[in-house]
Design a protein around this ligand. Structure first.
Ligand SMILES: *[C@@H]1O[C@H](CO)[C@@H](O)[C@H](O)[C@H]1NC(C)=O
Ligand SMILES: *[C@@H]1O[C@H](CO)[C@@H](O)[C@H](O)[C@H]1NC(C)=O
Ligand SMILES: *[C@@H]1O[C@H](CO)[C@@H](O)[C@H](O)[C@H]1NC(C)=O
Ligand SMILES: *[C@@H]1O[C@H](CO)[C@@H](O)[C@H](O)[C@H]1NC(C)=O
Ligand SMILES: *[C@@H]1O[C@H](CO)[C@@H](O)[C@H](O)[C@H]1NC(C)=O
Ligand SMILES: *[C@@H]1O[C@H](CO)[C@@H](O)[C@H](O)[C@H]1NC(C)=O
Length: 404
């Protein structure tokens, strides 16, 4: 277990820009939290006035389910895919809070370093520009938080997922890209908008199962109608927000820490009339983020129920921390239950705790948010999560993801 805790803490610190001798300097988890929440600005489509109102449908939609491998990066989960003909394999962050599929493209004005070679549209026999030539501007800009973005031109390509070759996918060819994308070569959006992979493939559901951070085993990302969970799975409805139609909002009705149901007003997590607030599930945000008063009540409940002295975890961007000398974590930390509409999610401690005796800290991986609450990927480890877009529900169950 100590080894796992080390790994978990390593994941929290490993994206810090400058490695240091001690390995614990310059960590700022909070700086990453919003990194993958998109602020989109596509200059031409969608939808260009002179083009169909949605991306071109695949001209040869796969007749079977599409599946590919998924594995943990430092703070997100990466999927394997390939672009073009001949296919160029790469990995991309799988993000349920954004829509655009993009990768870095030649000729490159500004690119971050990526583990695979840059895609060259002129070297692929299946590349086509997305735009009608009469459209003046085929460029796009897609920003994540306020520090990361991709900018370039829109194209249509053949993509390969596992053994499925799918032509006609609209994507962003990014020739000016900046930010931390977790040692991947781009992002695959799985949001509800028309540009996402799931929308373009036209499938009614998809599922993923996130292996624990630090585990090198892979799991499967499945798109298609044959995705199933067992009878033990619980389901909760998606909620729509016309102001942010790409996000998967959930109805979170309460939180229990140990035996204490937090005293939070029923409106805490609702979507306000102006479209702010609400709770989304996101595969690409790491910690869970909660608005007040839920956050401060949760912090107070942990601090009063833990039999360990409160400690300062601000160096790690975490704010609910305790002194830790290597005690057995099982039985030491209070339980945590998220009460979604129709589904109580009882979380195992390693989905919300990071502990490392070498730095003497045990922290809750939940941080404060000023507006939107986010159910992050740290809490989704070892869980099979099914997004049913037809039934408009999210289902989940505990799973050993590399065995599915
Ligand atoms: C890249 O995009 C950024 C943001 O739009 C812009 O400020 C910068 O000048 C661009 N860089 C190049 C080389 O075009
Ligand atoms: C096309 O979009 C880019 C990116 O925002 C912008 O800088 C440029 O001015 C636009 N060009 C035209 C011709 O509208
Ligand atoms: C980005 O957002 C953070 C937090 O909201 C803020 O402190 C920082 O100044 C912003 N950076 C830029 C470049 O706008
Ligand atoms: C990035 O990923 C590649 C494999 O995809 C791996 O070989 C390399 O070590 C990674 N680099 C870093 C800095 O993690
Ligand atoms: C990875 O999978 C192998 C084979 O199923 C298993 O033996 C191993 O324990 C797994 N590793 C972890 C860290 O779970
Ligand atoms: C930790 O405590 C739990 C329950 O109290 C026990 O089942 C487990 O064996 C303990 N683990 C270790 C490593 O002592």
């Amino acid at each position: 277990m100590a080894k796992l805790l080390q790994l978990l803490l390593l994941f929290l610190i490993s994206f810090a820009a400058a490695p240091s001798m001690t390995g614990v300097v310059g960590i700022n988890l909070s700086g990453l939290i919003r990194r993958l929440l998109p602020k989109i600005r596509i200059n031409s489509p969608p939808p260009p006035s002179n083009a169909p109102s949605s991306p071109p449908p695949p001209s040869n939609a796969p007749s079977t389910d599409v599946q590919t491998l998924l594995y943990s990066g430092d703070y997100t989960f990466l999927m394997e895919l390939a672009i073009g003909t001949p296919p160029l394999s790469y990995s991309a962050i799988m993000s349920t809070s954004s829509d655009l599929i993009w990768t870095q493209c030649l000729p490159c004005l500004q690119c971050f370093s990526q583990p695979t070679s840059l895609y060259d549209p002129s070297g692929s026999s299946t590349y086509a520009s997305y735009c009608d030539p009469s459209a003046a501007n085929c460029s796009y800009y897609y920003g994540y938080g306020n520090t990361s973005f991709t900018q370039g031109f829109l194209g249509v390509e053949t993509f390969t997922f596992g053994s499925a070759v799918v032509p006609g996918i609209a994507f962003g060819c990014g020739n000016n890209n900046s930010g931390n994308f977790d040692n991947s070569s781009g992002v695959v959006g799985m949001g509800r908008g028309s540009w996402s992979l799931v929308s373009q493939l036209g499938y009614g559901m998809f599922s993923y199962c996130l292996t624990p951070f630090g585990d090198t085993n892979t799991s499967r990302l499945l798109l298609g109608d044959m995705v199933t969970l067992t009878a033990q799975a619980q389901s909760t409805p998606f909620v729509t927000n016309p102001s942010a139609p790409s996000f998967y909002y959930l109805s979170l009705q309460g939180i229990t820490v140990g035996e204490t149901e937090l005293p939070i007003p029923s409106t805490t997590f609702s979507i306000a009339a102006d479209g702010t607030g609400g709770v989304i599930i996101d595969s690409s945000s790491t910690p869970t983020m909660l608005v007040d008063p839920a956050y401060s009540e949760l912090k107070g409940a942990f601090e009063s129920q833990m039999n360990l002295p409160v400690a300062d975890g601000s160096a790690y961007g975490l704010d609910i921390c305790f002194e830790y000398a290597g005690e057995n974590v099982t039985g030491l930390v209070p339980g945590l239950v998220f009460h979604f509409e129709g589904a109580d999610m009882e979380l195992p401690w390693d989905n919300y705790i990071v502990a490392d005796s070498s730095v003497g800290l045990l922290c809750v991986v939940i941080v404060e948010s000023s507006d939107l609450s986010i159910f992050g990927n740290y809490m989704q480890q070892n869980m099979h999560v099914l997004y049913d877009l037809v039934g408009d529900t999210l289902s989940f169950e505990a799973a050993q993801c590399d065995q599915l």
